[in-house]
Every structure is written in structure tokens, then in C-alpha cells.
Design a protein. Structure first.
Length: 431
């Protein structure tokens, strides 16, 4: 059995007593994780006095029971039902959106991030706000299955093992102690790429892997210049000794596909922490996390009869289990919001002040599989929080424009895919 031990110098420590984690074979075969190809191992700090905008997309498949999710009263004086009740402690940061009709379902799982365009909004945002970071986008999940983020209409595989993702983002460099020296990683990481490996890899990739390869290659030249320029200046104040504490045991069992409640909850908790850590070190500015596959087979901890999320929507006791399960999902996003709010950013504010979080789903009411009243929450500094709104049943087109405008992305750029189909930014959504 192999044990990995990481040290973290940030305010948050790695989950204690973590046990076996599963690793998806889909990820093993992907261009970035499976090949061992490390595009860059250093953070690209923002210029002094500035902080980047960031996007985190959170996906809960299969919608929600509207009555147990949407506040009955809109405005600022509202009560959150059982499914969304955990958001109460961070409600000032959140905008709760009712009355949007979209497309989705078990088949077109991706519509909540693509709106039927070639690239999903996280991929487009990665090109715009994260092009000079080592990883323009991260695609993480509790379960491997599901067609969510896309590039050129190709589904991007999920990473489902936080340990492997950590090792990819924060690799041990060869030579010199344990190699966990942040300045060395920043200065030398990108320069250690094996160009012959890249050339060889290009001949073996499938379509989506080639798209991802080209996406990252676009930023290589800029990364080299930035890392060399900043290497002599020491680490960013926002990112010092960025390594996890605690231990991860039994990592020799990573090829197992595990969907038991304890394992999936560990993946979720670890990934929430890892997203914050990666963004704190400016390794990425865009991350997508999916709680489960399109079939909603994720098992929910705490339910006596070991129900999965699909059963909580349709099955025995669904009227009781659904709000409990949805509240569990909500609590994980609340933990993410609180973690971002606790971390100082490069501009003296908090990371949450510069981050937009988009909670979405492929359905509205998951019980009859309808696409009305999607359970949408927008959170973070770019959002006008502390209120609930009803959009009156209109199509969700403007939601995509609003999210991207909240990142200061110009919607009149010639290459903008017109995610909103002309709907434009929703009034009152942005701060």
C-alpha cells in the first residue's frame, strides 16, 4: 500500500483520515492526466494590486423538487425551503433564481453549460480569463460518467480522483530534496516539458484530446515569459507553501470505480478544497465540478435505505428524501463559498469577491423530467446577492450572457458564440 503525505501552509487543511479513492479509466486515458503531460507547474500571479476574475460551475444533475427548493417569496425578505436551507448562512452572497425554462434532461446533459453552442461557457471563459494560466479549465466530478463541459461539441472527460489531480497540479520535481519548492515549480515547471512527448502524443489522441492539447499549446509561449519574469520575485503572497496536510491512504487502489456514499463524499470535499487551492495559486481561473452522472446514480450519505439521487427524485419516500439530499448538495457548495470568503486575494479583498459561482442543473423539476423552474443559484462578488427573483418562465438564454458578463468578458467580441441568442444580460443580476 502506498501512502502519500502532503503539507499545506494555507488556512484550510486537507481532510483528515481520508481513505480509499477511486480513479476513472476515462481520466487515465485523457490527454492531460493519463499521459502524465504537465503543461505548467507554476502559478502566474496577477500584477500588483490586481486580482483575476474566476468562474466555478457546479452541476447537480436531475433538478430539484421546486417546492422544496425555490423560496415562495421573492425579493430580499424570503425563506429558503429545506433543499436550499443550508444557503442561509451565506445568503448575502447568493442570488436565487426561479422561473427560468431551459433545455436538458438525461440525454442533453450539457445544455446547462453550452446552450447548444460548440464550446461550453467554462471552456470559453477559460480562453478569455485563463489563457495565461497553466490550466485554463479544470473538469472535476464525483462520478466519471456524464456529458457536461464540451469543446467543439466533444465531451471533456472528468477527473474523479483528487489525489491524481493534486499531483498533476502540484507535481514533485526531480532533484533537490522533496522537490516541493514553490519558487522552483514556478520557475522551472513549464520549461521541463518534453516536446518530443508532445509531438508523439499528437498522433495518438482522439478528437477531444487534440482540441484540449491545442487549447493549452496556445498559452505555452505566454506562460514561459510570465514564469521567467516572475520567478526572481518570489512567491505570490496569495500562495505560499501550497501543499496539503494530512494523509491519503491506499492510493494503490486508484483504478477502482467506487460510488459508495463515503467515497463520493470524500471526492466532493477534497475537490472543493482543491479548487480553492488551485485558484489561490493561480493555476486556474475556471473550474467545473459535477456531483454526479446524467443518470443521477450518486448515493446520498445519511439516508437509511442507501438511496441514490435518482431515487430521491422519483422513488420510494422521494417527497421525504429529496429535500434531504438536495440540502446535502447545498451544504457542499456553502462550504466552497465560505472557503473562498476566508481566503485573502491579491487585491486585499477575498477570493469570493473576485469569483462567480454558477450552480445549475440539466433539469428543472426532476420528478417529471420537466425543464421549467431550473434550480439556479449565482454567487460571489460579481453577483447582486441577498435576494430571490422570479423570471416568469422565460427561456434561460440571458443567464449565459449574464455569467460571462460578470467575468468582464466582452459580449460584443467577434468570436463570442452568442450564448444568449440576443437575450443579453439580465437586469439586476450583477453587482
Amino acid at each position: 500500500m502506498k501512502n502519500n503525505h502532503f503539507k499545506l501552509g494555507s488556512r484550510r487543511t486537507f481532510l483528515k483520515n481520508v481513505s480509499t479513492l477511486g480513479f476513472s479509466s476515462a481520466v487515465l486515458n485523457s490527454a492531460l492526466a493519463g499521459s502524465g503531460l504537465l503543461w505548467a507547474r507554476g502559478a502566474i500571479g496577477a500584477e500588483a494590486g490586481a486580482a483575476p476574475k474566476r468562474l466555478i460551475t457546479i452541476h447537480v444533475t436531475n433538478g430539484a423538487h421546486p417546492g422544496a427548493w425555490h423560496p415562495a417569496t421573492k425579493g430580499t425578505n424570503f425563506v429558503l425551503p429545506a433543499g436550499s436551507a443550508p444557503f442561509e448562512e451565506v445568503r448575502q452572497h447568493c442570488l436565487f433564481v426561479d422561473g427560468l425554462t431551459g433545455e436538458g434532461g438525461h440525454g442533453p446533459h450539457h445544455q446547462c453549460v453550452t446552450n447548444n453552442k460548440n464550446d461550453s461557457i467554462d471552456v470559453y471563459a477559460g480562453k478569455k480569463i485563463g489563457a495565461e494560466t497553466p490550466y485554463p479549465t479544470l473538469h472535476l466530478a464525483a462520478l466519471a460518467q456524464g456529458d457536461l463541459s464540451r469543446i467543439n461539441r466533444n465531451s471533456i472527460p472528468f477527473e474523479t480522483n483528487p489525489v491524481k489531480t493534486y499531483e498533476r497540479l502540484f507535481p514533485v520535481l526531480s532533484g533537490g530534496g522533496d522537490g516541493k519548492d514553490w519558487d522552483t515549480i514556478r520557475a522551472q515547471g513549464i520549461l521541463g516539458m518534453n516536446l518530443e512527448m508532445i509531438k508523439d502524443l499528437q498522433t495518438k489522441l482522439n478528437a477531444v484530446q487534440k482540441e484540449r492539447l491545442e487549447l493549452h499549446m496556445d498559452s505555452v509561449s505566454a506562460l514561459q515569459k510570465n514564469i521567467l519574469k516572475r520567478a526572481a520575485g518570489g512567491s505570490s503572497a496569495a500562495c505560499t507553501t501550497p501543499f496539503w496536510g494530512g494523509s491519503v491512504a491506499e492510493t494503490d487502489n486508484l483504478n477502482r470505480e467506487a460510488i459508495d456514499p463515503r467515497t463520493t463524499e470524500q471526492r466532493i470535499d477534497l475537490y472543493m478544497e482543491l479548487i480553492v487551492l488551485a485558484m489561490k495559486c493561480d493555476l486556474t481561473r475556471v473550474a467545473t465540478f459535477s456531483f454526479g452522472d446524467s443518470g443521477a446514480t450518486i448515493l446520498i450519505p445519511g439516508l437509511k435505505h442507501n438511496a441514490d439521487w435518482h431515487g430521491c427524485q422519483h422513488g420510494y419516500r422521494n417527497e421525504v428524501d429529496n429535500p434531504i439530499a438536495r440540502a446535502w448538495f447545498s451544504s457542499k457548495m456553502v462550504a466552497l463559498i465560505k472557503a473562498l470568503a476566508a481566503e485573502p486575494d491579491m487585491d486585499g479583498r477575498t477570493m469570493l469577491d473576485n469569483t462567480l459561482i454558477y450552480l445549475t442543473s440539466d433539469m428543472g423539476d426532476g420528478s417529471p423530467h420537466t425543464n421549467d423552474r431550473h434550480p439556479i443559484v449565482l454567487a460571489g462578488g460579481p453577483i447582486s446577492g441577498g435576494k430571490a427573483v422570479d423570471m416568469g418562465g422565460r427561456m434561460w438564454d440571458g443567464l449565459f450572457d449574464t455569467v460571462l458578463a460578470g467575468l468582464d468578458i466582452q459580449l460584443d467580441d467577434p468570436d463570442y458564440p452568442k450564448y444568449g441568442n440576443g437575450a443579453g444580460v439580465y437586469t439586476g443580476f450583477l453587482a
